[in-house]
Structure formats: C-alpha cells, structure tokens
Design a protein around this ligand. Structure first.
Ligand SMILES: Nc1ncnc2c1ncn2[C@@H]1O[C@H](COP(=O)(O)OP(=O)(O)O)[C@@H](O)[C@H]1O
Ligand SMILES: [Mg+2]
Length: 378
C-alpha cells in the first residue's frame, strides 16, 4: 500500500483550469474522498493520480517514488468508473481476467491457473461467486458495479480509484454498495480515492474528505472537522445547511469576534479558521447551522436572533422553521412540539461558540493564512 503525495499540481485544458494548486497527502490504507459539484475538477484529479493525464505543473509521488512521468499501466492502480465500462460481449470471468492477462510481474505473465484462482478470489470478494459465465447484460446494475470493482481489484493494486461508482444505482442499491465498498476497502486496507458529488455519501464513508470548488481544494480533513469547522463559505454552504448573515467585524476579542449585521444587530461568534488575520471593519459572513438555534437560552451571553416565521415544515423527528431576519431567510431545526406557525414572530438563541464567522473570498482568503498550503506572500 502507498501514501499518495500531491505537490502543487495544476492541470489545464486550453483556457480551462481544471484543477490548480493541489497539495495533499492521501494516506496509506485510508479512504479519501474528492467531493464537490459537477465540473469542480474531481475526475481530472483522479485521472492525474491514475496517470491518464500529465500535470502542467507539480509532482505526484506514491510514497517516495515520483510517478509523475510513469504511464498509468505501470502505476499499479485499479480504477472503477461511473458507467462500469464492462465489455458487453465478454463474460464476467473474462472481464475480470482481462487486466491480469495484460499484467506482467517482473516481466512474467500470470499462468492460466493463477488467473483462474485470482478471478475466483475477486468474485468471492465482491460476493459474485458462481456468476463468472454470465455476460454483463444478464446482470443487474448493482451486480455490474460489483464486477467492475472486482476487475479493478483483481490486479491487487496499490491504489484503488473510484469515480462516482454508485451514481447509476437507485437509492437502496447505492446504500448497499456503499457498505460493500467500505467492507472491501477495510478488508484489503487499500489506499482508496473516491470521487462523489454527494456530501452524505462522502461524510459517511470517508476517513478524509477534500472539498473542491472550481479546481481548488477548499478544505481537506476528517468528515467531522469539515462539518464542524468549515474553512470557507463554500464548504459551510455545501456541507449540511447553514443560514448566512452578512456583516462587518465590529470588534475582535480574545476568544470571540463581534459582527455588526446589516440591520445593526450585533452577533458574537468564533471563527473556525485558525490564524486568519481578521481586521475591524472587514466584511464577513456569520454562518449558523439550523441545529444550533434554540428556543431557550441557558447563557446570558447567547446571541438573540428574532425573525418572522414564513414556513414550518414537519419532518418527523423535528420541524424546520423558516423565518426572515431582515432580508435574510433563516432556518432552525426545532422539536416537533414547538408551538409556532406561519406569520408569527419567533425569538431564538445561538450560543457564541456555534456562530461561525467566515471571511469573504473563498480560496483567496485562505492564501492570507501563514502556514496554510495555499499561503502566498503577495
Ligand atoms: N478532456 C477535457 N478537455 C477539456 N476540458 C475538460 C476535459 N476534462 C475536463 N475538462 C474541464 O475541466 C473542468 C473539470 O472537469 P472534471 O474534472 O471532469 O470535473 P468533475 O469530475 O468534478 O465534474 C470542467 O470545466 C471540464 O469541462
Ligand atoms: Mg467527474
């Protein structure tokens, strides 16, 4: 198994900057996810790791080995695509065996017997034993995905690369296959890079998540950290739900910042970004998660947020209460017993430690943080 080191990697297609300034270590034996909306550069980065693209700039290492100039078939990676890309006229067995027949270990081919044994093991691993003689059209979508996975794994790759592997499956199968991928990844302990645009999928299966936007890694960390300490407005918005209040920094205290909102109200909170040099008068946004707004206050220092309720949505375990604070639409997640209806005023409390204060400017703001991988002095 290997750790993948990516250093300052950029890839452009003509005018399009598909991905830029990528610095990250994808750890040995872990499942790391590239998460972001369509077009943000996930597939490009995955293909750079596989070796199907060469970076314009930067280097990629598998452990200490610089693989940047090594062709894909010499990198020992297994790749699995969204559309499975199985050969329709070949049996399941032959689809899986194909990579093995091509592969040389120290210049030697695998024997027929070795191929048979490995394909059988791979079929067992994905729980498809006995189905080797079928062709892909005799299989369900989930089974086809299993074959694609077996095909990627049969060569015993050092790195497993999965590009939106579940997006063609219906919701139930998707959950089932997600568990399967986790089981297999855990059993083999294989360094895995998983691409998805689905935040729930990413948070639930990953050891580490890289949130991407417009070609940049906005944040890279464990799922809980991504949710609890978003480093940019994009991440706060893309992962989970947030209400954003615009304002300017009014004062900077030891632990808390105070922001004056556009309507003159003051809100205190913390920034999840370590080392960002906030300045008084700077335009910022306060982000508040729906579950961090409460009907009762347990601390006189809590922020009071009041507004006009315009919608109440019952979702079983909770109600979502939507309300206007000035021009801003906000949402709170409250107990289903709450007595509040549309058209009423509501008064809520947000603890200072739950109000997240974030600078404007996304990636450019991160460049101002000394020690950040994107830090730049100019
Ligand atoms: N082969 C290519 N030629 C030209 N542009 C490309 C190519 N591949 C990707 N792009 C562009 O690069 C950007 C990132 O694409 P991609 O990595 O496929 O995003 P994602 O997988 O996150 O949806 C997009 O703007 C896309 O149009
Ligand atoms: Mg893609």
């Amino acid at each position: 198994m290997v750790t993948i080191h990516i250093e300052k990697v950029r890839k452009t297609f003509g005018e399009v900057v598909a991905t830029d300034d990528v610095n990250m270590d994808l750890q040995d034996g872990k499942l790391s996810t590239l998460l972001g909306p369509s077009g943000c550069g996930k597939t490009t980065l995955l293909r750079l790791i596989a070796g199907f693209y060469e970076p314009d700039y930067g280097r990629i290492y598998f452990d200490d080995l610089d693989v940047t100039d090594i062709p894909p078939n010499k990198r020992n990676t297994g790749m699995c695509f969204q559309n499975y890309a199985l050969w329709p006229h070949m049996t399941v067995f032959d689809n899986i065996a194909y990579g093995l027949k091509m592969k040389r270990v120290d210049g030697m081919k695998y024997t027929q017997a070795a191929i048979k044994r490995r394909v059988k093991d791979a079929l067992e691993l994905v729980r498809m034993q006995g189905l080797g003689d079928r062709t892909p059209h005799q299989l369900s979508g989930g089974q086809q995905q299993r074959v694609a996975l077996a095909r990627a794994l049969v060569i015993e790759p050092d790195v497993l690369l999965l590009d939106e592997p579940l997006s063609n499956l219906d919701a139930k199968l998707r959950n089932e296959m997600r568990e399967e991928i986790l089981r297999i990844q855990g059993e083999l302990g294989i360094t895995t890079v998983y691409v998805t645009h689905d935040q729930v999928e990413a948070l639930s299966i990953s050891d580490m998540v890289a949130v991407m936007e417009k070609g940049y890694i906005q944040q890279y960390g464990p799922p809980r950290e991504i949710y609890a300490k978003p480093q940019t407005l994009f991440v706060a918005d893309f992962i989970g739900k947030c209400t954003f209040f615009d304002g300017i920094i009014h004062s900077i205290g030891q632990d808390y910042l105070t922001v004056e909102l556009t309507d003159g109200q003051k809100v205190s909170g913390r920034t999840p970004i370590e080392g960002y040099p906030f300045e008084e008068g700077e335009s910022v946004r306060c982000a508040v998660r729906p579950e961090d707004l409460f009907l009762e206050s347990t601390d006189p220092k809590n922020n009071e947020i009041s507004g006009d309720v315009f919608q109440v949505v019952y979702i079983g375990s909770n109600v979502e209460v939507f309300f206007h604070v000035g021009e801003t639409s906000a949402v709170a997640l409250l107990s289903p017993d709450v007595k509040v209806s549309e058209g009423e005023k509501i008064e809520l409390y947000a603890p200072r430690s739950d109000v997240m204060i974030l600078p404007l400017g996304g990636v450019d703001a991160l460049r101002k943080i000394p020690g950040h991988p994107l830090y730049s002095q100019d």
